[in-house]
Write a protein that binds this ligand. Structure first.
Ligand SMILES: Nc1nc2c([nH]c(=O)n2[C@@H]2O[C@H](COP(=O)(O)OP(=O)(O)OP(=O)(O)O)[C@@H](O)[C@H]2O)c(=O)[nH]1
Ligand SMILES: [Mg+2]
Length: 130
């Protein structure tokens, strides 16, 4: 069984909107919406992986963020440990740097069924703490 540690950024602006990206057609959980992020590499802390992935995927440098939730999820073919960081300050303006569709969505309008199943608990928590 493959195991992955993943760092993702819940990028939230002052209007309580969250920046989402769409997963590419050939990827795991293809075409679902996601919080940008990716695999923590060997020797990296989760925070360092977050900074690297957000620059690679959406072109921002997070400057103010904290761990919001850690979630374990068992998929049929893999186990993932997800570190969800709430990112409220950054340098730059996020965009779909790898060509992926992206959009800002009001936090209260996030629909868990549009995300990988591992995201449901963290979306519920976000909407409760608004
Ligand atoms: N980025 C991201 N991945 C998520 C989320 N929820 C979730 O279950 N995942 C899963 O966590 C893993 C993230 O890996 P990734 O494909 O983004 O990894 P990566 O950016 O390093 O890509 P690469 O492997 O192509 O280099 C995938 O298995 C994905 O399905 C989420 O909200 N954001
Ligand atoms: Mg990724």
């Amino acid at each position: 069984m493959k195991r992955f540690e993943i760092a993702v950024g819940i990028i939230r602006n002052q209007n309580a909107e969250i920046f989402l990206a769409q997963r590419s057609a050939g990827s795991h959980m293809a075409n679902m919406w996601e919080f940008p992020g990716g695999k923590i590499e060997q020797g990296e802390t989760p925070e360092q992986a977050l900074e690297r992935e957000l620059m690679e995927e959406v072109g921002i440098t997070p400057t103010g963020f904290s761990l919001f939730e850690k979630q374990e999820h068992q998929f049929p073919d893999r186990h993932v440990s997800l570190w969800f960081f709430l990112v409220e300050q950054w340098d730059g303006e996020p965009w779909g740097k790898e060509g992926q569709p992206s959009r800002w969505v009001a936090q209260q309008a996030l629909e868990p069924e549009q995300f990988p199943p591992a995201n449901a608990p963290v979306i519920a928590k976000l909407q409760q703490t608004a």
